[in-house]
Design a protein around this ligand. Structure first.
Ligand code: FES
Length: 151
């Protein structure tokens, strides 16, 4: 089904808006990258489909709001990943605080997020070109794919 919109370089057509809304979660391979497209509470998201931690299948994860951010919960080890930024959140205490209180912290961006746009009922994804290594890149590469297949 993959086709690119010739009028906008780098945009991949991923489906009709109504179909993607009905599906809620859709898996696409775009330029060899496996991407999960999510429609949740009126918003589209596109995220690398394998968890940065150990390649868990994010398409099977629950979605919930954590600390004001919509997160997908990896079904494998329950890591929480924000859908808008790809940050991994964890609960902990800052020992420098007195008294220290349990709250949410970010490990930083660990999952690559892609840009979703809509036009005339069609939905497009532009793959992230953020420079540098993002941990979810590993499971898109050959070594990571082999490792996922063994798990
Ligand atoms: Fe996702 Fe471990 S593989 S939390």
């Amino acid at each position: 089904m993959e086709r690119k919109d010739q009028t906008a370089p780098g945009l991949h057509f991923v489906g009709k808006k109504d179909d993607l809304i009905q599906a809620k979660r859709s898996f696409r391979t775009l330029d060899g990258r496996d991407v999960l497209i999510i429609h949740h509470e009126g918003v589209f998201h596109a995220i690398d489909s394998y968890c940065h931690h150990a390649g868990g299948m994010l398409q099977n994860g629950d979605i919930e709001e954590i600390n004001g951010k919509m997160c997908i919960i990896c079904p494998k080890h329950k890591y929480k990943i924000t859908l808008a930024e790809g940050e991994c959140l964890y609960k902990g205490k800052d020992p420098r605080e007195n008294p220290s209180v349990t709250r949410w912290f970010s490990k930083g961006v660990k999952q690559r997020i892609h840009v979703v746009t809509e036009s005339d009922g069609n939905v497009f994804v532009k793959l992230s070109v953020s420079p540098g290594w993002i941990e979810s890149d590993y499971y898109q590469g050959e070594k990571g794919k082999v490792e996922r297949a063994k798990a």
